[in-house]
Every structure is written in C-alpha cells, then in structure tokens.
Design a protein around this ligand. Sequence first.
Ligand SMILES: [Mg+2]
Length: 209
Amino acid sequence: MKKKNLKKAVKIGIDIDNVISDSYPAYLDKFNIQYKTDIKIHQISEFYYLNKIIEENKNIPGRKIVNFIDELVLDEEFQLNLPPIDDSVRVINNWVSKGYKIHYVTARPVEVREITIKWLEKHGYWVKGAELDLFNSRKGFSSDAEYKADIAVKHKICVFIEDALEIALKMPIPVLLFDRPWNKFKAKKNLIRISSWKEIEDTLPKVLK
Ligand SMILES: [Mg+2]
C-alpha cells in the first residue's frame, strides 16, 4: 500500500486590529478629539482599556462612550483609512508563495465583513485562499477569546498572531504575541513575544518545527 502524504498544511491565524492594521492610534485620536482628552498610546496599559476609561470618567455616561466606539467600528470611511502595519503584507505574501494558508480571525462584528474585506483587498492582504472569520454574537460565545480559540481548533490553525494577552492565553496553539503597551505581562509557555513583522518572519520556522 502506498504511504499517504501526511504532511500537515501550514495554516496561520492572524488577528487584524493592531496586528496588521494600526487601529488603536486611530481610535485614540478620534476619542481624544471627541472627549477633549490627551491619552497617549503608551498609556493604554490594558486591552479592555475602554472599561477603565468608563470607570474613571463618571461624568461621561459609559453607554455614550461605547456607542461612540461602535459607530467608528461601523464607519466605512474610518475603517478603510486605517493604516497597515509595516512589513506585514510582504511577509504574508511570502508565506502564501510557500503554500501556507492565511486565516484572518478578528473580534470585529460580522456586520463589518464587507468593509474588512475591502480593507484587506486595498492593502494586498486578501491573498489567494485567504479565509476570514468575524465575531458573531448570535453564536453564543462568552468572549472573543473563546471564539478565537474555537476557530483555531476547528480550522486546524498551526500558529496564531495576536496582540491581546487575554486572547493569547486562551489559545490552545502557539501564539506570537505582538508586543504592545497593553500586553506587558509575563508571557506563558505557548507565547512568544515579538515586536515586528520581520521578527515574526524569522521566528515562524522555529514554531513550525
Ligand atoms: Mg487585535
């Protein structure tokens, strides 16, 4: 009997916001203008920073702040203008040329699927065979972390690139954690902290071994 080729396809899971799209600074600029604050990006010490702002600003109703951010999430012009992160498109296209599969997994709501694809196309990320999953609140996941872990298992993703420590820690697979002001905690075993796409490119072969 002929031996089957059991070589596993390399599938790379990639988060979008703050991993390939430089989103946080753009949201922060809008926020600072709207609420006349001067919060700097290095001050964003936790991923769910919005909750902290709401807690600390009793003079602004929390609901109002959440709505303001939700409107930006749905705002096509704002979304399409988010800048890509240096070098990421080159690395991703290089992986595709090696036969790797790209699966974008974002906690953005399913309502912005079209806008997200437009952005991915605009900057060259919508590569051959790419897949995209967005958060569907009707599917009953208790958190974005649980949803991403579920996608990773279901789609046999080998490694995930993420910026939220809360999500990375829930991942049952190796994670390359993009170094950000909001994830400066001690990394666990399945996490490898990286600070650029060049570093991701250089580190990946070791993770896939
Ligand atoms: Mg992210």
